[in-house]
Design a protein. Sequence first.
Length: 425
Amino acid sequence: MLARLSNVRTHVVHRWVALNGLGSDALLYAASGVFALVLGWTSGQAAQWHWGYLAAGPYLAVAAAAFVLSRLRLRRAAMARLALLTLVVLGAVAIPLGLEARWRQAQPEVAVIQRSAALVSKGKDPYRAYVKDGRVVDEVPGRPAYESFFPYFPLMSVFGLPSALTRKPTELSDARIVMSLMTLLTSVLALGLLRASRKQKVRIAQVLLALPTGALFLATGGDDMPILALLLLGVAGLQRRSNYVAGVSMGLAAAMKLTAWPMAAGALLVARERDGRTAWRKVAILITAIVVVTVTPFVLHAPWAFVSNVFAFPLGLAGVASPAASALPGHILTTWWSPLGHILAPVTFVFGGYFVAKYLQRHWPLSLSQLLGLMSLSFAVLMCVASATRIGYVIYPINFALWSWVCREPVASPPVPVQMVSEFW
């Protein structure tokens, strides 16, 4: 059985490798179109099924164009791929985003970010909800209890400021538009700095912006997309040994959302000066300074509310059902026996920490590619064991694995996730 599966995998990889760039693009865009149609048909969330039906046409049309062009011997195939990528971003991100903003269809996090920005703009604390005696205190009237929480760090509020400062908010002040613009600009800057081939950069842009791994989130919610773009910029800084770029970008991401912290901490392990000396202190000072300056006033003002919002609620420890609780193993087990919600994460950290320590011992000094491969695997495991997480967080391990492939060094033996990705992409 294992031999048969191995043969099938080898056959699929060989068929994929045999495709040219446009041929592989056609396959990815066609799969994206099918995914969009299925999502439009099956999703019960208005923002998601609207995106599915709106994006399916552009995906399938560009897939057909890519297939036709792949049969021609184009001298400038790279330019054709960029043109098709631009069309996909326009058809699967820009147009659906504009329409959904006009229709006021969005994931709950958009309204949460905009409400927090409205409070901050008036000099008030965005962390107004906390759990006391099993119930949410100061919950937003007329909204589900989970929308009372602001599960981000204060800097995330910046994306809602256009809406908060506009007397009559319009679709142009929607937080998703601000997040999408920042994601796009930061990604372009990061790809410009990244040492990679044009083919590799196109693939990174596709996964981050054009395929459903990016387009769906940019159009419907999007709070993870600026984080990923900043982390990519940080990776480019680490690769070039531009530690100020790495420290500032990682610091900004860490000052927005908890999901950026593992990569920000990991950056300290691989930060190097141009002469090869370690630069972890420089990067650590930059990251810490940005986080401390932006977070400390809010922690001092209402420490319990801050902890309830930023840590307890995302980890499923606030006693409030979250829409992020996808049917992953951790959530299923916690639903079966609730005390597991307090056991799975610590046990995973202990055992995971042991294996990470052993890996670091065997592969020290760690390369950037190895760090990203390790982060990809760690995120996938944590996503599966968390009691309240969403399947959408899979975009983190996918992007990290792809970046690991791009940053790999020929002389270094890549970790298993990197080897698999390099064969596939």
